[in-house]
Design a protein around this ligand. Structure first.
Ligand SMILES: Cc1ncc(COP(=O)(O)O)c(C=O)c1O
Length: 439
């Protein structure tokens, strides 16, 4: 690790200088607190990104499998989106008035995810927050249920975890408004008995679930899990919110389409606008009727669901171009094939070196985790993290021109990623593994 840290400093003097200067004006020395979690002594400052690659301020070239933790999943600066964004920016960015793009995007999201009515936000966090508030208003119930090991953004109710079977604030939760067990019940994914016990109280407005966990390694659902979740929600009068922000990796309509899920709400953000702040939530016809019933039209602007810049013209133009011309069915076919190639490459290295690790894939998203078998729930996945290996592998790859997500070992394929990019990762991953085991 020491050798890699030295190598990092030698390769990134200009980034180091900029990081030093930023300490004078930025809290933690970075524009966002989590940027302190990059391995190395400071974050790499990028200069220019295009497709699946970027160059840093020291002139180093990288293959990007992090892709802005899904924000850049459409590839960096995809020409069709950039042209639409530039065109709209010249014509007007935000006026508190709609443009024709909004209904086009609503129709396209309805076609992809199968829920007909949509609203826009600027982030996935806010899409989740809005969905929760509507669910509470409609059901007149206070609580929500989430999976252990989930991440749905900085939503107060979701920064929770299971500890000895109890719902508590997640480690590091900053300034929580109330103890988490007042708002939330946390259950393990794939634990239907636990879910039923959580719902049987009759006070749960909504389950907010990713179809598969993606923020603690990937944890896939057991076969039949989602059908049972749907049935339990219907039985206990709880609404089902499916967060597709990361699981869009499964295909153009996420897992909702690929697995035939039947949520009441779908939420999504990050990649929708090729990186321009964009989020959305969609609802069924039944929920639309209930929303209308619970809307106080004269106070709609101060009801707790809003955002002055939400649904702005620039964001909608970016979404229209990204969905219409970049994140197409053809692009997903390519991306998923690349995901398979990445998974096979990593599996080959793990098996040939007999490492007690495994790789898991959801469409064009691949993770490796430091445990022998796939985790079945958040607790198992958490136990497969390794505080020393994780930063070491990230830094080793970074020092050889490969960027993975900073918080876990995730790789994402964009429409611009190539076979050669994937094979380069396999090669460096193999070199790292050989050095690690002294082969
Ligand atoms: C599944 C999921 N939902 C929502 C979010 C929140 O996204 P944002 O931070 O862009 O609001 C994240 C962020 O990682 C996520 O992984």
């Amino acid at each position: 690790m020491e050798r890699e840290r030295t190598r990092f400093r030698q390769r990134h003097p200009r980034s180091g200088q900029l990081a030093e200067e930023a300490k004078c004006s930025l809290l933690f020395g970075v524009p966002m607190n989590w940027m302190t979690r990059w391995p190395g002594d400071y974050p790499v400052y990028f200069d220019r990104a295009e497709g699946a690659r970027f160059r840093d301020v020291d002139g180093n070239e990288f293959i990007d499998f992090c892709l802005g933790d899904t924000g850049g999943m459409a590839g960096h600066a995809p020409p069709a989106a950039v042209e639409a964004i530039a065109r709209q920016a010249r014509k007007g960015i935000t006026l508190m008035l709609p443009t024709a793009d909004a209904a086009w995007v609503g129709n396209e999201l309805a076609r992809r995810f199968g829920v007909p009515y949509w609203q826009f936000t600027l982030s996935a966090t806010d899409a989740n927050r809005c969905a929760i508030r509507w669910a509470r208003a409609i059901t007149q119930r206070p609580k929500i249920v989430v999976h252990n090991g989930c991440y749905h953004g900085t939503v107060d109710e979701c920064v929770a975890m299971l500890e000895n079977g109890r719902t508590v604030a997640r480690a590091g939760n900053i300034g929580k408004p109330v103890p988490l067990d007042q708002t939330t019940r946390v259950v393990e994914i794939n634990d239907l008995a636990g879910l039923e016990a959580a719902l049987a109280h009759g006070d749960v407005a909504a389950c907010l679930f990713e179809p598969a966990l993606t923020n603690i390694g990937i944890v896939l659902p057991d076969s039949g899990y989602h059908e049972a979740v749907r049935a339990l929600c219907s039985q206990y009068g709880t609404l089902l919110i499916i967060d597709e922000t990361h699981t869009i990796s499964a295909g153009p309509g996420g897992c909702t389409k690929a697995w035939g899920l039947a949520p009441d709400f779908v939420t999504i953000g990050k990649t929708l606008g090729a990186g321009i702040a964009s989020g959305a939530y969609g609802i069924t016809e039944r929920i639309r009727d209930l929303v209308y019933e619970h809307t106080d039209a004269s106070n709609i602007d101060v009801g707790g669901i809003g955002g002055t810049l939400a649904g702005n013209a620039l964001s909608l133009a970016a979404m229209r171009a990204t969905l219409g011309e970049v994140m197409t069915n053809v692009a997903f076919d390519r991306m998923i094939a690349l995901g398979e190639r990445f998974e096979q490459g990593v599996r080959g290295v793990i098996e040939s070196r007999r490492l007690p690790w495994h790789a898991v894939r959801l469409g064009c998203r691949v993770e490796y985790l430091f445990r022998q078998n796939a985790a079945r729930n958040g607790t198992e996945a958490a136990a497969g993290q390794d505080e020393m290996l994780d930063p070491y592998i990230h830094l080793y790859l970074l020092n050889r021109g490969i960027l993975m997500t900073p918080f876990h070992n995730m790789a994402l394929m964009s429409p611009a990623t190539t076979d050669e990019d994937v094979d380069r990762h396999t090669q460096v991953f193999a070199e790292m593994a050989d050095e690690l085991i002294g082969a």
